[in-house]
Design a protein around this ligand. Sequence first.
Ligand code: GDP
Ligand code: MG
Length: 477
Amino acid sequence: MSMFDRAGAGLSDWLSGMPDLADLVSGSTVSLAVTGLSRAGKTVFITSLVHNLLSALHQPHRMPLLKVVGEGRLVAARIVDGGTGVLPRFPYERNIERMAASPADWPPRTIDISEIEINIRFMPAGALGFLLGRVSSGVATLKLKIVDYPGEWLLDLPLLTQSYADWSRATLQLCRRGLRAEIARDFLAFLSDHRPDVAANEDDAKRAHELYRQYLQTARDQHGLSYLQPGRFLDPDTLENVGMWFAPLDVADGAPRAGTLAALMESRFEAYKKNVVIPFYETYFRNFSRQVVLVDVLGALLAGREVFEDTQHALDAILESFRYGRSGILSRLLGGARIEKVLFAATKADHVPDVQRDHLASLLRSMVALPALDVSSSNAAIDVAALASVISTEEDSLEIDGQRVQVVVGKPVGSDTRAKFFIGNVPARPPRPEAWGKPFLNIPVFEPPVIDVSPIDGIAHINLDVALDYLIGDQLR
Ligand SMILES: Nc1nc2c(ncn2[C@@H]2O[C@H](COP(=O)(O)OP(=O)(O)O)[C@@H](O)[C@H]2O)c(=O)[nH]1
Ligand SMILES: [Mg+2]
């Protein structure tokens, strides 16, 4: 090999580690998916992120740790209107108006998938910026596609490797334990009155499905449970389709006899996988390259041991969608595409004083068993953070039993007065079995702070810039 060859190889090695110059000029796209279990804070996260990006030119001090902003390289950030997206548009404007209204309130609950595109124009850093300056105006473009989708949908991945009998057995076992047994009482009573091998009829199928859905909904809305399958049963729109009205039954192993209730349920279970679960992975999930999973760690912690462990169980199932080496099904569905980086983020960190926020992140780290995760290169890179999309509280202190403790103060929605909120200490690790307190589900909903609806001043947050830099910073270099 001549000197020249070697030098050439060295240069192309060096260049291959960098974004393509042509891509930088014409613009590349990065798809950032935002998910989390219901009420984890997805809508508020995206709204604040978009607002702070659009405001970053005027108010760079809000996002100093997003390097493209902190280093003064941001040129412009704009919403792409009428984008090419096939998904419903994420209602950023409606949300920010609601949060900026007076009295201020939070955006309404959402259940569906949506997206919004932001065009980010920036000066590339270092040598690349220099090269780009020689061939064009020196300004690069990144199109950031942000997609909001329910984390419950990821809980359906395990269904793909289960038969109806497998799934029924696992689901009913869970359903007959602890808190769930009580919530599912009506559904379980139905099961004991109806053998799975009775002749199939629409009335029984419908009744079983309704009772099962009521159980899922109560478990989520009144008890804060999250390991709930199938994920779409919590979204009323899927109910339109009779072909998906099923529920688990006490079936024996093997294929059920034709014409029985069990056989009907089994065919609907298979239809759900084929028409709902698989298309989500093949059509949407395979296009995501970066992912945030938001978790209301504090809510889970305060709701008590059973809910906390259930959240852990759900996170475990969610993680399966980012472990490419282990399940052949995922690589088949994604056709080799993969998410490169995942951030698990504990939301609403403004509910605890500053000194407790590191613990919130450590607690989440141990909930997702991050230390034990095999860091095989086939998996997505994963990290953990604590953040608040919208700081809605201030710090204060309070005397409790002769001791001064740090608390947060905010104005609960609908109230005229400000209230102090103290939850004790956030542990850095899941509490020991005997250390659990009484379940507490009434975390106050604090009014958002005063927000300007125009993207000038931005919104005060905790770690949104750090999170975004981890997720897409490499595309803005
Ligand atoms: N204090 C505070 N509350 C938040 C924050 N993010 C979300 N929330 C609260 O959590 C609720 C649910 O958030 P939302 O984004 O709608 O959750 P989603 O179901 O995951 O989209 C909101 O209505 C707020 O009350 C935050 O950063 N700070
Ligand atoms: Mg939402």
